[in-house]
Design a protein around this ligand. Structure first.
Ligand code: UDP
Ligand code: MG
Length: 323
């Protein structure tokens, strides 16, 4: 019997890219039948304000293998991928973008790796021409920093293009339900048999990127806070540093019997410096408290409005009506 490959595609205002994406991906997925793979193409419409949902509903009407999940509003790319994983019923689940930056030709290699028994397949960009210099440099900096700060080793250049086995997906469904999260990071920290496949990111076929530099910055900060407690310990380091400075000035004063070096300016500068360090530490604690607050409220990760061709309810989804 054929195995089932679920391809999860997050969609936010992609009316121009969707027809091209479907035309390119469908024959490739159908071609996988020769390798023993059936497919389901699960589009998650993340509250698009253009005609994306209508296009998807039409595709679902003509092809029962096209499944559509529509959110009640925009919840973000990660929420869309999480929902897709919740609803997907395949033996292997692939997450990819709708803009053809993730080449659908790679699906054949992914299916092969799943056949070989890999549980987590990370797709690694070799080139990202469309991202621009700033995005590429900040991305490299981000991965260096997160790898220093966290216990998990993250694959630099790993993208939101990845595949997981049904077993790994079950873990994501059950246990990784944080509100402030880094899905790509979770996938890499799951364990199982892991492999990477290199791919060359293409240019977006149509439309524009939804990730602004500001969004990426917030995302990076949240990720660091999610995967590392080290920032919380900064207070200790700062405390030790301030104590050592105090002792040094005291020794100097006692030895020279001339009073502290400098005068008014020294005191003001030291005061500003110490308060700055203190406030930054309070700010960092505030960030962690904000995350705790969000988790405590336990609001849904996504709210489903539309379902097409989806028979099975999710094993564990964050549905609006929770008991
Ligand atoms: N996306 C989404 N919700 C959002 C933003 C983006 O579902 O709030 C989708 C988008 O339609 C695309 C994918 O996530 O399929 C990646 O977004 P984008 O291409 O804008 O990001 P980039 O590739 O530039 O990092
Ligand atoms: Mg893209």
């Amino acid at each position: 019997m054929n195995r089932l490959l679920s391809v999860v595609v997050s969609v936010y205002n992609e009316e121009q890219a969707l027809p091209l994406f479907y035309e390119t991906t469908k024959p490739i997925l159908e071609g996988l039948a020769a390798a023993g793979w059936d497919y389901e193409l699960l589009f998650v419409n993340d509250g698009s304000s253009d005609e994306s949902l209508m296009i998807l509903e039409n595709l679902a009407a003509e092809n029962p293998k096209v499944k559509v999940l529509g959110f009640s509003r925009n919840f973000g790319h990660e929420a869309a991928m999480i929902a897709g994983i919740d609803y997907a019923v395949g033996d292997g689940i692939v997450c990819m973008d709708a803009d053809l930056q993730h080449p659908p030709e790679c699906l054949a290699v992914i299916a092969q790796k799943l056949d070989e028994g890999y549980g987590v397949i990370s797709m690694v960009r070799t080139k990202n021409r469309s991202a621009g210099l700033v995005k590429n440099i900040t991305s490299a900096g981000f991965y260096t920093l997160i790898n220093i700060l966290s216990d998990v080793t993250f694959e630099p250049n790993a993208s939101d293009f990845f595949a997981v086995s049904a077993q790994a997906a079950a873990v994501l469904r059950q246990s990784y339900r944080e509100k402030v999260r880094f899905l790509r990071g979770y996938v890499q920290s799951l364990g199982f048999r892991k492999t990477t496949i290199e791919y060359e990111a293409h240019d977006r076929v149509a439309g524009h990127s939804k990730y602004s530099i500001r969004k990426l910055f917030t995302f990076s900060v949240n990720t660091i806070l999610c995967f590392s407690n080290l920032p919380l310990k900064l207070g200790m380091f700062a405390g030790v540093f301030a104590a050592l400075l105090g002792v040094a000035v005291m020794i100097y004063t006692l030895c020279t019997r001339q009073g502290a070096p400098g005068g008014y300016a020294t005191i003001v500068i030291l005061n500003c410096f110490m308060f700055a360090v203190l406030f930054v530490i309070v700010g960092i604690m505030g960030e962690y408290i904000a995350i705790l607050f969000l988790e405590l409220k336990d609001r849904p990760i996504y709210i489903v409005d539309v379902e097409r061709n989806l028979a099975a309810p999710p094993v564990r989804g964050d549905m609006p009506t929770k008991e």
